[in-house]
Design a protein around this ligand. Structure first.
Ligand code: PLP
Length: 365
């Protein structure tokens, strides 16, 4: 390669999307496939979002509002923050990329948990920053270890709560103590992609820290509980000065017109979110019961997924399930090689996959 492509890109692999479901069905001769791999909402999205898309279809020739005024008002209302505290991204994935682009360079380092969401290190590598990964303890962030890893060249520290792939969370006291101890010239990113699903009493209202700690940004998304993953909308909330500083790294029309309309409408349908998160808790109970019955260990989850340790190759469990028509995430690529991460589906979907898992365990006895 003669082109001057950044050297660090050669060490990365692009995100491996799953094969199209139709292809897998044909290859394996299956009638149906249930995908419980990407933490998507099994109940789809609010009807209000669909109606909003249909209404805005005639405006497809027009660029979206680059400021996302309507959506901005809705999110400000939903979260109780000021409009100038919000930045929108093409999914929170893009916000992660924007933050890395804005803060990281080869002379900086960035601190994160391991395993955690893969996009933090992926984007940091592209910017040439040094990655400092601190091994989880019992599936939870080792916050003290992360503090120790911070030095004068640290630009960003990542906190994922609930953490993907473990589903564990960080309580208010612990998070606040951590934030207090991070130097004020280090950006703390708190990724709350699964916030709507959390039921823990001591899960913090991180937005209430923003006034006192202008070096914190909270990331949230409409891809998970809102069921709008295909539309790609996430947002960051922080101190207005921080938002102003990173805004130039955002593309002018990075969220689409249809997406802005759909998300604005979906925010008005909190009934839908309540119904989905309630069903999710009940679904998690189905998996907990299964694990207890089978003597399997798992991490109690505050998200819409569960990481179960099958004490055998996660890849093998993945392949067994695939043949039976279920797509899950093998723990191999997630840093937990004997585990499988399963997205909580509908009651029926959970029952079906649990039956298949029970058969699998019985076969190998
Ligand atoms: C799914 C996920 C995201 C990305 O969500 P998008 O808004 O769809 O880009 C970010 N962080 C974590 C921890 C996730 O699991």
């Amino acid at each position: 390669m003669k082109l001057k492509v950044k050297e660090q890109l050669f060490g990365l692999t692009p995100y491996q999307p799953g094969k199209p479901i139709e292809d897998v069905k044909r290859e394996l001769g299956l009638e149906k496939i249930i995908k419980l791999a990407s933490n998507e909402n099994p109940f789809g999205c609010s009807e209000k979002a669909k109606e909003a898309i249909i209404k805005s279809v005639d405006e497809m020739a027009l660029y979206p509002d680059g400021y996302s005024k309507t959506l901005r008002e809705k999110v400000a209302g939903l979260t109780g923050v000021r409009e100038d505290q919000i930045i929108f991204g093409n999914g929170s994935d893009e916000l992660i990329a924007i933050l890395c682009r804005a803060l990281l360079s080869p002379s900086t380092n960035t601190v994160m948990a391991k395993p955690t969401f893969s996009q933090y290190s992926h984007n940091a590598v592209i910017e040439g920053a040094e990655i400092r990964e601190i091994e989880n303890i019992n599936g939870e962030h080792d916050l003290d270890g992360m503090l120790t890893a911070i030095d004068e060249n640290t630009a960003i520290v990542w906190v994922c709560s609930p953490n993907n792939p473990t589903g564990t969370y960080i309580g208010e006291e612990k998070l606040l103590r951590f934030i207090k101890n991070v130097p004020d010239d280090v950006l703390i990113v708190v990724d709350e992609a699964y916030k709507e699903y959390v039921v823990a009493d001591d899960y913090p209202n991180t937005l209430s820290f923003l006034n006192e700690y202008p070096n914190v940004i909270v990331l949230r998304t409409f891809s998970k509980a809102y069921g709008l993953a295909s539309l790609r909308v996430g947002y960051g909330v922080a101190n207005p000065d921080l938002i102003k500083a990173i805004e130039p790294a955002r593309g002018p029309f990075n969220t689409s017109r249809l997406a802005q309309a759909a998300v604005s409408a979906a925010i008005d349908d909190q009934q839908f979110i309540l119904a989905c998160t309630k069903a999710n808790r009940e679904g998690l109970e189905q998996y907990y019961e299964f694990c207890k019955e089978m003597g399997l260990s798992y991490f109690p989850s505050q998200g819409n997924f569960i990481l179960i340790d099958f004490k055998r190759s996660g890849q093998e469990v993945f392949e067994y399930l695939l043949k039976k028509g279920f797509i899950v995430r093998s723990g191999t690529a997630l840093g937990y090689p004997t585990c499988v991460r399963i997205t909580v589906g509908s009651k029926q979907q959970n029952e079906e996959i649990i039956d298949v898992l029970k058969a699998m365990l019985a076969e190998s006895k």
